[in-house]
Design a protein around this ligand. Structure first.
Ligand code: FES
Ligand code: FES
Length: 156
C-alpha cells in the first residue's frame, strides 16, 4: 500500500511498508542517495536527514514514526534564491571532504545548526557535529567550512 511522504518539499507516494526504514526508502525507492549507510545503528551520522528541521538518523527510523513530518535530504538543500547552498559552496572552498561518505550527513546536521544559530562558535559547531563520524579525519576542515558558510550566509 502506498505511503505518502513529504520529501524535499514534494509530497510523494511510495510503495513501502510502515515498517520500512527511511534510509532505504530514500535510497532505493526515491533514488535520493545523499544519506549513506554507515553503521545502521544510529552511531555514525552518515544517514542523517532532517525531520521538521531536526537531524535524525534515517537508518533507524521506520516510516511509521514519520507521519506528517517534512523530510529534508541533501537533494533539497538550496540557498534562499534556489542556488547552491552556502554549506555546499564552503565545503568545496575549504576542501572539507575526502571520500565524501560522511558529507551529506554532516551538511544536513550543520544546516540545522545554522538555522537555529546563524553565528555559532567553533566550539558550538564541534558540539553539533560530535556524533557525525568522519573516518578520513577531515573534522577540522569541516568545522572551518561550517564557520565559513555562516559568514557567507551573513554576507561577511
Ligand atoms: S548509518 Fe545511520 S547513524 Fe550510521
Ligand atoms: S570525508 Fe571520508 S568519511 Fe568523512
Amino acid at each position: 500500500m502506498p505511503v505518502s511522504l513529504d520529501i524535499d518539499g514534494e509530497v510523494v507516494d511510495v510503495e513501502a511498508s510502515q515498517d520500512d526504514l527511511l534510509l532505504w526508502v530514500l535510497r532505493n525507492a526515491l533514488r535520493k542517495n545523499g544519506p549513506k549507510y554507515g553503521c545502521g545503528a544510529a552511531q555514525c551520522g552518515a544517514c542523517t536527514v532532517l525531520a521538521n528541521g531536526i537531524p535524525i538518523r534515517s537508518c533507524v527510523f521506520p516510516l511509521s514514526a514519520l507521519a506528517d513530518k517534512k523530510i529534508e535530504t541533501l537533494d533539497g538543500l538550496r540557498a534562499p534564491d534556489g542556488g547552491v547552498h552556502a554549506l555546499q559552496a564552503a565545503f568545496i572552498l575549504e576542501q572539507a571532504a575526502q571520500c565524501g561518505y560522511c558529507s551529506a550527513g554532516v551538511i544536513m546536521t550543520a544546516a540545522a545548526l545554522l538555522r537555529a544559530n546563524p553565528a555559532p562558535s567553533d566550539q558550538r559547531v564541534r558540539q553539533a557535529l560530535d556524533g557525525n563520524l568522519c573516518r578520513c579525519g577531515s573534522h577540522n576542515r569541516v568545522v572551518r567550512a561550517v564557520l565559513r558558510a555562516a559568514d557567507m550566509m551573513a554576507g561577511r
